[in-house]
Design a protein around this ligand. Sequence first.
Ligand code: GLU
Length: 428
Amino acid sequence: MSAATFNPFEMAQRQFDGVAKQLGLDQATCDLLRNPDREVHFNIPVRMDDGTYRVFRGFRCLHSDARGPAKGGIRFHPNETIDTIRALSMWMTWKTACVDIPLGGAKGGVICDPRELSLREQELICRGWIRQVWRLVGPVQDVPAPDVMTNGQHMIWMLDEYEKITGMKYPGFITGKPLGVGGSLGRTEATGYGVMYCVREALKALGIDAKNTTAAVQGFGNVSQFAIQKYTQMGGKVVALSCWDNSIKKPVTFIKKSGATYEELIGITDKFGTIDQAKAKALGYEIADGGAWLEQEVDILVPAAKEGELTGETISKIKPTVKIIAEGANGPTTPEADEVIKAKGIFLIPDFLCNAGGVTCSYFEQVQNNMNYYWPKEEVLEKLDAKMTVGFAGVYNMAQENKVYMRDAAYMVAIKRVADAVKLRGLV
Ligand code: GLU
């Protein structure tokens, strides 16, 4: 699967099929779990600021709600495809099962580029999305959240539309809300911190001190920003960061051997996440092409941008120094790249374990919404750390006991839990 032919849903099914066989799942359970339970495609007509009309295409896929209400984010992306959403909905099912939270898996999206839309236009897309799916989603059915290029502001517009239509207050309808309107402290940091709680556990397993390590990170969105913050707090050094530059419409790598920090980088980043190259140079960064992050002599690689980035081709460029790959993004590694990672004996922290901190904290947000009582940040992060650490241990032990690759071990843990739920319900 090269970057050009990369189909995330085919990849998700391929990964599933391999493990289903290993687990000896019966045909009906395989048929049920290798496709989403349902999907909706719809139009969102919007009157643009210049008075013209545009119709955006929206989606919601519910992969499985066998273990509880479905859960998963909504992506805004110009290259969004239904197959990406299908794959991501499936990975959400494995993610919630892997860290053992009582939720299922779903994902949604809209084909649009928020970087080119006004806030008003974005608000109308959010409200239009809800008007199309409000009967199918809800606090005890399917609970959306932020994802690629969506944030707390989008969530609160969606919540407001849902509450206007239903005439009730349902703070647990959606997660990733801003503070003060049902949001949870720690939710913004949760995914990135969760990635690093896993890295900490992996380093422990390998007997390496975080203080002696360096990392290269791809992406500078919500996940990687807080992963960088936590990693530097742990004593590690981020020496390279690859980030999308919206002015030249391609990614750029910022290299600083003495170590980049979240605070320094965020100080020179615009509201769309583009890092100012001139300011970066003035701060001692060297600028290289977008792929250069992968070719650094580092201990840890953190792909935290998007799916399909580590391919059979790009993975060949990594240096022998790399000991850990921590998948902050969903589906960043193709099966071909997996073979190379396996052969090199690199410690992989698979996506739906590694980035499960976001949905875990979303679950805590829902719990707090239901109680209408909110925990201090330390308590949220402590609970998050505990959940991630246990989740990591479950997968690591499975990998050790069965001598399997970490991704396969994560699939084994997750698929087994979902298959058991499906059986207990008597679905197949
Ligand atoms: N979009 C995030 C993910 O892929 C969070 C989902 C959620 O909180 O429901 O895990």
